[in-house]
Design a protein around this ligand. Structure first.
Ligand code: ATP
Ligand code: MG
Length: 790
């Protein structure tokens, strides 16, 4: 065995090791609770495939739930098996993988390689068009539907692989007269929406999966090189994703999945936990391995979490234990309103960090929310106390107005047929092209069966004499921007430069200042977008293609001569990579020898657009490296862990969320949130909460009330003081060195003497606690500082 092998195997327990060493050519299911090392086992299994079984990385496909998870897994694998082995691993979310294959091979099913990916916002623009056109039919049937509702219905049909035609057939087949009428109408709306997408040469997120499935059906050979597929978070896959997995797995029966039915939280997006059973039926010799030891949390956090999830009578108990110490009891506290609740969180964060004497930083803290809107108060309170925070999957970076404007421009540059982009930027910055003119352009586009961009280009060229000269010259300006950028993009200009040019041509900064009060902040986001573009620019540009240069060896020598990396021995394919900026002319000639079509599919612009459109969280690395508290939704926190976790708003109406009709799924969501915590967990609730502008009485979440009924000793209402024992627990679980004691003491003392604390005693978290007097806090703190309570 290679030397690396010992390292990753020796730290595993027996069950984990069995899972990792299970023969590669088999079907394997790892079913286990949170924190039991499922993701770790999956990663180690990939390493074992490569190092022990000598399986080529390009034969392994690893599917994660978010792009972030894929990046993390790749980073870990770089450490285990080295960068030379990770570069060619096929890795990503189902969506990202499909996008990649569709770009390269989409022609097989009639797609153009420069299709755009539309987000919900652009989707709304398209569907609103359809709804407008269908208004008469809808009126006649007495049927009304909102854009978002229509989109979500279409989305769940797509997730089940139902196309407009079959949706229509089911509609016609229903016996209920009222129902069949709206089902048929819905199918027509769905069909209209697909037409709009097609005219824009674009796919929505669900389409990526749907078209992926048809691509692999039409040309199964594309996946020949994939011999092993591994899927994380399998409990949250939908029907389409299951079919994709089957496509990948078909060739070899070599499929490993990990999952936890207790953590299935995407039923509302048509995920089907039944896929676990389905897989066992499809692969009759599926081996199931259970992992029962939790490595993440203290015993008391685990006990509290299990008391929540086990309220579900239909649940199958898997058995989950921990060998970690009991630790501090989770805190369960009530506050008059969300302002005091958030203030408590902020002061408590400060207090814990100060008392940990350098062991914990802001990075170790997360605030997990049922829904995004709850973040406002928390952000405010943290800000007030000078605590930096980052919002995971809050308002997505790529959802911001200014970012969207610029992306829409770039999309239009790449894909002239992209209607939502056209509509978005034709008048940004204001060019006084009125709604009437835009309507006229759209009308002519429809008449001629061309894109609005094409119409505008013709008008600018003077080929439509009946247009007013003033409008003509405005349009010419616009066309000039797009064409200049397109020329640059074809020359493979780095995206950061494209963006700079775009800002210059449109005088975007001046426009922001003119039209927005918070222009400065928005300009920051623009700069951030350029940063993220330069990051993509500097990533390795990889070109795949079949060499026409004679023997593979000849190619290899030539590639290496150019100082580029070479992979691909024996694969029949060649991949060349180099830093994009440094691709000089001779290298360009070399690349020309490869299949130009596939190389073209990989322009820097296209790679950038793809990564932006598929970003699921705030995946733009923020340029400031300060430590920050993470604010995230419970959904976005899946698979992650933090030493300190706060879950505010544990109230009826929030947990379970009033709009959800699946109380079991809501309970599992709270379970997912609690099981993210390693050492400190705070569940807080308020007596009053503002809901949609109105203040409402709030009841404690029934999940917590029930948990307390089952065991009165699960929670504490007081504030935990960090003891030396806690520090030891942290060091054990989080795997961190215990800080030097004099340093700890100095830190605590410094905190005690801090002028802020003396001037504003009510803000430091001590005296807010009803159970303690400030004096007592002070002495405890002081005692701590002197090492007495330790
Ligand atoms: P989730 O269901 O929340 O996704 P998981 O089952 O995927 O959890 P991991 O994230 O893989 O769990 O592991 C949880 C934590 O436990 C990680 O910090 C991991 O490094 C650690 N861990 C897992 N197995 C071991 C082990 N054998 N020894 C030490 N630490 C371990
Ligand atoms: Mg995991």
């Amino acid at each position: 065995d290679a030397p690396g092998v010992i390292d990753y195997l020796s730290s595993l327990n027996d069950a984990q090791r069995r899972a990792v060493e299970h023969p590669p050519n088999s079907a394997l299911q790892i079913l286990a609770g949170p924190g039991s090392g499922k993701t770790r086992v999956l990663t180690s299994r990939v390493a074992h495939f490569i190092l022990h079984h000598r399986i080529l990385p390009q034969h392994i496909c690893c599917v994660t739930f978010t792009n972030k998870a894929a990046n993390e897994m790749r980073e870990r694998l770089v450490k285990l098996v080295g960068p030379e082995n990770t570069g060619r691993l096929v890795m990503g979310t189902f969506h990202a993988l499909c996008a990649k294959y569709l770009r390269k091979y989409g022609q097989v099913i009639g797609l153009e390689s420069n299709f755009s990916i539309v987000d919900t916002d652009a989707g709304k623009r398209l569907i609103s068009n359809v709804l407008r056109n269908m208004q008469p039919q809808m009126m006649a049937a007495n049927f009304q539907i909102k854009e978002s509702e229509a989109l979500s219905r279409i989305s769940s049909l797509k997730a089940k692989g139902i196309d407009p035609e079959s949706a229509r057939m089911t509609g016609l087949a229903t016996t209920d007269r009222w129902k069949d009428r709206w089902k048929v109408l819905m199918a027509d709306i769905y069909a209209g929406y697909q037409d709009e997408l097609k005219n824009s040469n674009s796919l929505d997120f669900d389409d990526l999966l749907v078209y992926g499935v048809s691509l692999f059906k039409a040309a199964p050979g594309i996946l020949n090189s994939i011999k092993h597929i591994l899927v994380d978070e399998f409990q949250d896959t939908n029907t389409m994703q299951y079919q994709l997995m089957m496509n990948f797995a078909r060739a070899s029966d070599a499929v490993s999945v990990v999952g936890d039915p207790d953590q299935s939280i995407y039923g509302w997006r048509a995920a089907d936990v039944g896929n676990l059973d389905k897989m066992c039926k499809e692969f009759a010799d599926t081996t199931q391995i259970l992992l029962e030891e939790n490595y993440r949390s203290t015993a008391s956090i685990l006990a509290c979490s299990l008391a929540i999830v086990s309220q579900d009578d239909n649940r199958i108990d898997k058995g989950l234990r921990t060998s970690h110490p009991k630790g501090t009891l989770p805190v369960n506290r009530s506050f008059p309103d969300d302002r005091t609740e958030s203030e408590f969180i902020a002061t408590e964060v400060k207090r814990l960090i100060a008392y940990s004497g350098g062991m914990l930083t802001y990075n170790d803290v997360a605030v997990l929310l049922r829904y995004n809107a709850l973040s406002r108060q928390v952000e405010l309170a943290l800000q007030k106390q000078g605590i930096p925070s980052r919002v995971l999957a809050g308002q997505k970076f790529f959802d911001r107005l200014e970012v969207k404007d610029l992306l829409a421009y770039l999309q239009l540059v790449d894909n002239p047929k992209y209607v939502p982009g056209f509509i978005r930027v034709i008048n940004v910055p204001k060019r006084s092209i009125g709604d009437r003119s835009v309507e006229e352009i759209m009308k002519r586009a429809k008449q001629k069966g061309v894109s609005p961009m094409e119409v505008v280009e013709k008008i600018a060229d003077g080929r439509w004499p009946d247009i007013k000269p003033s409008i003509k010259s405005k349009l010419r300006e616009f066309v000039n921007v797009i064409q200049t950028l397109r020329k640059l993009a074809c020359q493979k200009t780095p995206v950061a430069d494209l963006l700079e040019r775009l800002l210059e041509l449109t005088k975007y900064e001046a426009y922001l200042t003119r039209t927005h009060q918070d222009a400065e902040m928005r300009w920051e986001n623009v700069r951030e977008l350029i940063n993220s573009a330069s990051q993509v620019d500097s990533e390795k540009a990889v070109a795949f293609g079949s060499p026409d240069l004679g023997s593979e060896k000849a190619v290899k020598d030539e590639v290496l001569d150019f100082g580029l990396d070479y992979y691909g021995e024996g694969s029949g394919h060649v991949a060349v990579s180099g830093i994009h900026e440094s691709v000089a002319d001779e290298e360009e000639d070399l690349l020309d020898e490869f299949d130009m079509r596939t190389i073209m599919a990989e322009t820097p612009l296209r790679r950038f657009l793809e990564s932006s459109m598929l970003a699921t969280d705030t995946e733009v690395e923020d340029s400031d490296s300060r430590e920050k508290v993470t604010i995230a939704t419970c959904h976005a926190a899946k698979g992650l862990e933090w030493p300190v976790v706060f879950v505010p708003a544990c109230e009826d109406g929030v947990f379970p969320f009033y709009r959800s009709d699946d109380k079991d799924e809501e309970r599992r969501l709270l379970y997912v949130a609690c099981t993210r915590a390693q050492v400190f967990l705070y569940l807080t609730h308020t007596q009053k909460r503002m809901v949609q502008g109105k203040s409402k009485e709030a009841e404690h979440s029934e999940y917590l009330t029930n948990a307390i009924k089952s065991n009165r000793n699960l929670f504490t209402a007081g504030q935990p003081t960090i003891t030396y024992e806690d520090c030891k627990t942290i060091s054990k679980i989080v795997n961190r060195m215990l800080p030097d004691r004099p340093v700890v003491e100095a830190k605590v003392a410094e905190y005690q003497m801090h002028p802020d604390r003396q001037r504003k005693p009510s803000m430091d978290g001590f005296s807010r606690d009803e159970n303690r007097s400030p004096a007592l806090d002070f002495t405890t703190g002081f005692g701590l500082a002197l090492g007495k309570t330790w």
